[in-house]
Design a protein around this ligand. Structure first.
Ligand code: ADP
Ligand code: GLC
Length: 479
């Protein structure tokens, strides 16, 4: 079965968050299910530099304002189709934002182009290649559903995956004329959204199936709040909405062979982690301490509950804990963490920025991974934490609720706890969980059991890849 994945980022070529990890790992995981997945990606400079030779398989004289070529290339185990369109993708700054953090003004064109090329491929643009399914990730690819439907293509099935409803790709109605969609597409049953154009909304309206990245988030988004305005539509499409939990790439994230670690380790010799904890403390300028070393690797944003962490830092330190933060994001949150590191030298360390290698050391060395998100479609850092013996402390929302078993008395007795959960997502509840973690950490046997259990939890793609494969098969069967 041929599936074309459309993704605006894919690990290891270009990544701003978990979407890249998922888009990068899924093709490999699906291979075991007889699904051949190619990935359509924008030709950002990082992507163009990732392969030596691409084979031109199509070209456009005018793809949203300039000439473009499609290149087939293989790299990092991925079978790519790259859109080489310099006027859209060859620029400095971020992949979605400029150097000042502002969305690129032509993002609508950049991602309409991505989506429309996907639909054209499904219609047979390239001889010998005709995917039966398009799997579009997030708003950047969701418009593919509209390009498929309004081109009269009744064969291609489209799956839209929601990784984060907070990003919807909403634009003014003025762009509609440039999308090259028929006038009839501008209705509530098409791309129209509150008078403007909604890329994700269009995808959710028109896709054959919608998935999101955890069962709990799939439920949450049918209600106001988590639904972010799209709850009505999601309720309507309820029968076609599935929650399929993310996995992680257990090869790229393997504590036994990870070159980023000071010492490799497995569940059987989890004590060796201490060498990584020492290395981590060194990197973040932290003293030794009897309490747990809390790690945080995150975008520093409201979604991720970073303000709640900032409010709890003095408390965390008073409990004997230490904190290592790797991340970047909203300036006031960066400032709050930076100030705390000045207030608590040797106890709180902050490295601002994005550092893939260092993120592995945090997972391999921290005693606890903090993930106090206000909402979390799935979350990957708690999964890396489980695999690396960094006990996750998470808010009870979305995929966090689905992947971590709270160390309450019953779960500890039953021997099933893998981490700590707190609710509601408020400062006081987080504070209590930090204290609970500290108390458990002071019981080395209890703690080690929890670490080992987490490390044995199946966080691979195996089960979920099977669910995607079954969904694709169902969709094709419906034809
Ligand atoms: P989201 O996609 O919402 O940011 P996820 O937990 O799904 O959240 O994925 C985040 C991914 O980005 C993880 O792979 C995490 O390790 C990585 N990450 C986040 N911030 C940083 C950082 N500052 N340096 C390195 N990796 C980071
Ligand atoms: C989004 C979500 C995150 C999820 C990731 C990959 O960025 O915020 O929870 O893990 O996508 O699906």
């Amino acid at each position: 079965m041929d599936v074309l994945s459309i993704a605006s980022e894919v690990y290891p070529l270009v990544k701003t968050g978990g979407l890249a990890d998922v888009a990068g790992a899924l093709p490999g995981a699906l291979r075991h299910h007889e699904v051949s997945m190619r990935t359509l990606v924008p030709g950002y400079p990082q992507v163009m530099a990732s392969f030596r030779r691409g084979r031109e398989i199509a070209h456009f004289h005018d793809l949203f304002g300039g000439p473009a070529r499609l290149l087939a290339a293989r790299t990092s185990g991925l079978d790519l189709i790259v859109i080489d369109a310099p006027h859209l993708y060859d620029r400095g700054g971020g992949i979605y934002v400029d150097d000042f953090g502002q969305d690129w003004l032509d993002n609508w064109a950049r991602f309409a182009a991505l989506s429309s090329v996907g639909a054209e491929l499904a219609r047979g643009l390239v001889e010998g290649y005709r995917p039966s399914i398009i799997h579009a990730h997030d708003w950047q690819a969701a418009l593919a559903a509209a390009y498929v439907r309004f081109s009269g293509d009744t064969e291609t099935r489209v799956v839209v995956t929601i990784h984060n409803l907070a990003f919807q790709g909403r634009f003014g109605s003025d762009i509609f004329a440039h999308l090259r969609l028929p006038a009839e597409a501008f209705t509530v049953d098409g791309v129209e959204y509150y008078g403007g154009v909604g890329f994700l909304k269009a995808g959710l309206r028109l896709a054959d199936a919608i998935t999101t990245v955890s069962p709990t988030y799939a439920r949450e988004i049918r209600s106001p709040g988590a639904g972010m305005g799209l709850e009505g539509l999601l309720v309507e499409r309820g029968a076609d909405l599935h929650g399929i939990l993310n996995g992680i790439d257990v090869e790229a994230w393997n504590p036994q062979s990870d070159p980023a670690l000071a010492a490799g380790f497995a569940a059987a010799n989890v004590k060796k982690r201490a060498l990584n904890t020492r290395a981590l403390a060194d990197r973040f300028g932290l003293d030794d301490g009897p309490g747990p070393l809390f790690g945080l690797v995150s975008r520093l944003t409201w979604q991720k509950g970073i303000d709640l962490v900032a409010e709890n830092i003095d408390w965390l330190v008073s409990l004997g804990g230490r904190l290592a933060v790797l991340g970047s994001g909203e300036p006031h949150l960066e400032a709050a963490i930076a100030q705390a590191s000045v207030r608590h030298p040797g106890r709180v360390g902050f490295i601002s920025g994005y550092d893939e290698v260092l993120s592995h050391l945090v997972q391999g060395g921290a005693d606890v991974m903090l993930v106090p998100s206000r909402f979390e479609p799935c979350g990957l850092t708690q999964l890396y934490g489980l695999r690396y013996g960094a006990v996750p402390l998470v808010s009870r929302v979305g995929g966090l609720a689905d992947t971590v078993i709270d160390a309450n008395a019953a779960a500890l007795d039953a021997g099933v706890a893998t981490g700590l959960q707190f609710a509601p997502v408020e400062s006081v509840a987080l504070g209590e969980a930090l204290q609970r973690a500290t108390v458990l950490f002071a019981q080395p046997e209890v703690w080690a059991r929890m670490q080992r259990r987490g490390m044995k939890t199946d966080v691979s793609w195996q089960k979920s890849a099977g669910q995607y494969a079954a969904l694709y098969t169902d969709l094709i069967g419906e034809q």
